[in-house]
Design a protein around this ligand. Structure first.
Ligand SMILES: [Zn+2]
Length: 404
């Protein structure tokens, strides 16, 4: 009954109230306001104001002119990461022992520790990652084939962890097993979809991930070509570009995107549904086709996310504030415009208050894509924003630059 009642109530809510219900009002001033406060303070100093000039910290700019994160903010993030890691480890004691996926299971935790090792160079994180990945490699499900939800995730992450530990034999064993999955991927009779979470693109991502993390040629070109990556120019212009443009034309007036084709309600601002996911496609389209319209649309996604991206659903990556923060980091890489770094830092600041906003608790509250591990991943990327990347989605910056 409660359910029926709440549905009826929802029907009567205005669009604005609906928005309120999904996201918190963003309490932070935007970059222009914060930056002009810094300028005003500088001018006051020049005219001989008696008060000592305020520091960048007091003015709310979390980075220096060169984009380096200020010491105080770095320290706050480091402290919070330690605190959250402790809570996460405690919480994981009651997590589903059989979920080995990168999305909500143990491979996701292994990926988080791999990320912490990358950012801090602290070997203990790499060993933690090994513990978790060993556990998943013993429990491969044999059901799904993608990086995020299937066996390709544990195998690819396993190959990388063993490679970093210089255990080349074990690394190669993972790669061999990963390539054995290929037969079912390229088989034309299979009803496997083409998308990222459950389909071919999700397997292909695992192959590209290995070539980025271990080195070009780890998986040979012919294997990558067979699941149809490295598309030729003709396919790009005849098929990929029109598809991107089709998605663009589905845009709401607000700048947000529908969660599915038949859905005309402008409600969700999530990585999994809406502008925070579409922005990554637009950024990539701008890099490949070099047309301003893609950049402009991506920037408009960023504005919607800034307004409606502090989600009541929590702090995670798939449908939480951390995932939305990655949209800003992605645009910062592309444009070097500090406005986007600023916005990412403010979403990180929000995540520093983890649990204090009365958000809903996700089903898998400690996992990489739904829960705490994702927020830690995002926070650690703020420590080194130049090299940050959306987990299990973007490939390494070095490779991206080459493509530009
Ligand atoms: Zn989601």
């Amino acid at each position: 009954m409660g359910e029926t009642m709440s549905k009826r109530l929802k029907f009567h809510l205005s669009g604005e109230a609906e928005m309120e219900e999904r996201a918190f009002t963003n309490p932070f001033p935007d970059y222009e306001a914060a930056a002009s406060a810094v300028l005003a303070a500088g001018a006051a100093e020049e005219t001989g104001c008696a008060r000592p000039p305020p520091t960048t910290d007091e003015l709310g700019l979390p980075f220096h002119n060169d984009g380096k994160i200020i010491h105080n903010f770095t320290r706050r993030i480091q402290t919070k990461i330690k605190d959250l890691l402790q809570q996460m480890e405690e919480g994981l004691k009651t997590a589903d022992p059989h979920d080995c996926s990168a999305y909500t299971g143990w491979t996701g935790i292994a990926l988080l520790y791999l990320q912490l090792y990358r950012v801090t160079c602290d070997q203990t994180y790499l060993l933690r990652s090994l513990d978790y990945i060993k556990r998943t490699l013993r429990n491969l499900s044999g059901r799904r084939v993608t990086f995020l939800c299937g066996d390709a995730g544990p195998l690819a992450v396993g190959a990388v962890v063993y490679h970093k530990l210089k255990s080349d034999c074990e690394s190669q064993e993972c790669i061999t097993k990963l390539l054995q999955l290929q037969r079912s991927i390229v088989c034309r009779d299979s009803d496997l979809p083409d998308e990222l979470l459950y389909g071919r693109a999700g397997y292909l991502y695992a192959l590209l991930y290995l070539n980025t993390e271990i080195g070009p040629g780890t998986v040979c070109e012919s294997a990558i070509k067979e699941p149809a990556a490295k598309v030729d120019q003709e396919t790009l212009t005849e098929m990929v570009k029109p598809s991107v443009d089709y998605v663009r034309h589905k845009r709401f007036r607000s700048g947000n995107y529908p969660s599915s084709l038949s859905n005309e309600t402008d409600r969700l601002v999530h990585w999994c549904h809406g502008a925070p996911g579409v922005v990554h496609m637009l950024v990539q389209a701008y890099k490949v086709f070099k047309e301003e319209k893609y950049l402009k649309d991506a920037m408009e996604c960023s504005d919607v996310i800034w307004q409606r991206g502090l989600l009541r659903k929590g702090y995670g990556i798939c449908h939480g504030t951390a995932g939305n923060g990655y949209a800003f980091l992605s645009l910062y890489h592309l444009t070097q415009d500090k406005k986007y770094l600023y916005r990412a830092c403010k979403f990180a600041e929000w995540c520093l208050e983890y649990g204090a906003h009365g958000c809903r608790i996700p089903d898998r509250p400690y996992s990489l894509f739904e829960g705490m591990a994702g927020a830690i991943h995002f926070l650690s990327d703020i420590l080194a924003p130049e090299t940050s990347r959306f987990p299990a989605f973007e490939l390494a910056p070095a490779q991206r630059d080459k493509k530009m």
